[in-house]
Design a binder for this molecule. Structure first.
Ligand code: NAD
Length: 296
């Protein structure tokens, strides 16, 4: 069994850490928030006093942090973990961050003889708890090969998307497409309603016609057709507006860095930005249909 240092025990990381413990690994846990460390200890982890402590005398480091600045801070700036991590250690960063930060930090790790992959996830808190996350990974074949046994514990679908940073690229391209599709689907249902066409009838037609997409058939923004969608639960998340906005901003930044035109991605970022500015950041992202309907 491996010795693992786990850094970032929030909504996602707390569950991921618990699944590694349940699989029999020896976990040292660190978070800036003491109660999160205490919870991990109650589940069988050892408390680490600092991020450096968590990364010392371990085989693997896993991190699940909010954004690129936190990952840079932990690995190369304030905590500078890469200065204490032993060569040969494997690092898995599962935070959703900007592509450039992922590439920069992995390049620094590589210089020090440390295998590191970016491995952002989709599947939300429910997937983290159930150990059914999808991991999208970037890094060398060797690093990915070493990481796979740990990712298999925390997730169900594990993809190697190519070189360092490609996990982040896959995640933000997918979520940009999701944001665009959700707004498009919401526009269609709202227009159908205004034209006197009820949601179920439009769903029956469009879900078997060329407008069919995941936002409609698995997560319908109009109440009714899909019983499990947040539309039937007062648009409680699910996947909150602010989380979609974070990913759309990462996509926009990445698109600018390579001069890729993303006009609909940019529109989506503005629309979700307005929802957030208006105080609806905690609403499920399918709640954009309420804004279009003039109900927010
Ligand atoms: P969270 O805010 O609940 O947890 C982040 C944790 O990191 C917090 O406990 C915080 O105290 C800790 N932290 C911050 N800086 C730290 C530092 N320097 N050292 C140690 N700990 C530090 O966030 P989350 O919902 O768990 O999400 C984590 C990542 O996963 C984010 O990048 C997010 O975008 C991504 N993600 C989240 C979801 C979701 O549904 N919540 C889904 C997919 C991906």
């Amino acid at each position: 069994m491996a010795k693992i240092g786990f850094i970032g025990l929030g909504n996602m990381g707390g569950h991921m850490a618990r699944n590694l413990i349940k699989a029999g690994h020896d976990l040292k846990a660190f978070d800036l928030f003491e109660a999160a460390v205490e919870l991990a200890v109650s589940r069988g982890a050892t408390a680490a006093a600092t991020a450096k402590d968590a990364a010392t005398d371990v085989d693997v480091v896993v991190s699940m942090l909010p954004a690129g600045k936190h990952v840079r801070s932990v690995y190369v700036e304030d905590d500078a973990l890469l200065d204490v991590v032993a060569p040969g250690t494997l690092i898995i960063d599962s935070s959703t961050i900007d592509v450039q930060s992922a590439r920069d930090v992995i390049a620094e790790a590589t210089k020090r003889g440390v295998d590191m992959i970016d491995a952002p996830v989709s599947g939300g808190v429910g997937g983290a708890e159930a150990g059914t996350l999808t991991f999208m990974c970037g890094g060398t074949d060797d690093a990915f090969g070493r990481a796979k046994e740990f990712l298999d514990i925390m997730g169900q679908n594990i993809f190697h998307a190519g070189a360092a940073g490609n996990g982040q690229a896959a995640k933000i391209c997918n979520n940009m497409l999701l944001g665009i599709c959700m707004i498009g689907t919401s526009e269609a249902f709202n227009l159908a309603d205004k034209l006197g066409l009820d949601a179920q009838t439009f769903f029956d037609i469009s879900s078997t016609a060329s407008g069919q997409n995941w936002s409609m058939t698995s997560y319908c923004p109009a109440p009714g057709p899909i019983p499990t969608s947040p539309a039937n639960n007062d648009y409680q998340p699910g996947f909150a507006v602010d989380m979609m906005l974070k990913d759309l901003r990462l996509a926009k930044e990445a698109a600018e860095s390579v001069s890729a035109p993303v006009p609909l991605g940019n529109d989506s970022e503005e629309i979700y930005g307005k929802l957030s500015d208006d105080g609806h950041g905690g609403l499920d992202f399918s709640g954009v249909i309420k804004m279009l309907a003039g109900e927010l």
